[in-house]
Design a binder for this molecule. Structure first.
Ligand SMILES: [Zn+2]
Length: 262
């Protein structure tokens, strides 16, 4: 896909969501939102995320810590009549620490960060390839020191494979290398167990049934970024999240806080 096409697609998609979201209200349920960065615009202020949180709160949304949200979902004990939202970010970009965490601190909120160890450990040519060919942004990763601070302050650190590759494969050695390998590397650094795993690219087509089984053998909690109106995919093995970014318009985020079912 070329940049011009993507820009047009985003432009028209935004107009459609503007129209659709005009009268929408946040729906009751436990919603796990999943972003990547503060904004693709490196000059954006963290205030845009603070403003989004304030706007959501004004519209009746309650924020909860990530682990509380997961407990409610796994126990299938969704409080009636409340719209509860928890946050996660994938790929471990530096601005998760430098720009997003300070806003979370203001709101006393704990989130989850799913990281790729080889993006952190890789040399400059690995990183350039990762940024240009895999995640399509020029943003740098958090350091292990930043990640340790997040963990020490009660945020959840999860795995996202070693190299951010599609897991739509039946090659068990490959799957174990990417899935178990990312768990081991993070545990080695943090000196604690890692229980949460989000597979890269998020859509259900990017992981095979074998991949789900390898992930579920390694982690108690596995996440997609797809099928967000149902709490689970793959027969209860995978918890679904909804995509958002910190700089999205308030109405667009609210539009995706839809009613959900098990
Ligand atoms: Zn990712």
């Amino acid at each position: 896909m070329n940049g011009l096409y993507l820009r047009y697609r985003t432009f028209f998609r935004n107009i459609v969501i503007d129209i659709l979201s005009f009268h929408t209200k946040p729906e009751p349920g436990v919603h796990i939102l999943n972003g990547h960065y503060l904004s693709l615009n490196d000059n954006a202020s963290p205030e845009i995320f603070n403003d989004l949180l304030q706007g959501l709160k004004n519209r009746g949304v309650n924020f909860i810590n990530f682990t509380e949200a997961i407990t409610l979902i796994v126990n299938r004990s969704i409080p009636k009549g409340k719209c509860l939202v928890a946050f996660t970010w994938d790929d471990g970009f530096e601005e998760c620490f430098t720009k997003i965490k300070p806003v979370l601190d203001r709101w006393n909120l704990k989130a989850a960060f799913f990281i790729n160890p080889n993006f952190i450990d890789g040399d400059s040519s690995y990183r350039e390839h990762f940024k240009r060919e895999v995640v399509f942004t020029d943003k740098n990763p958090m350091t292990w020191e930043m990640i340790k601070q997040l963990a020490a302050q009660g945020h959840t650190i999860g795995a996202h494979t070693l190299d951010h590759l599609s897991l739509n494969s039946n090659d068990v050695d490959f799957l174990k290398h990417q899935i178990d390998g990312s768990k081991m590397r993070i545990e080695e650094q943090l000196n604690t167990g890692v229980s949460h795993f989000a597979f890269p690219f998020g859509q259900l087509k990017y992981i095979s049934a074998v991949g789900v089984d390898v992930a579920c053998n390694a982690f108690p909690f596995v996440y997609s970024q797809d099928n967000y109106r149902r709490y689970f995919s793959f027969e209860g093995k995978v918890i679904n999240r909804r995509h958002f970014e910190c700089d999205w318009p308030l109405n667009h985020v609210i539009y995706f806080l839809k009613s959900k079912s098990f």
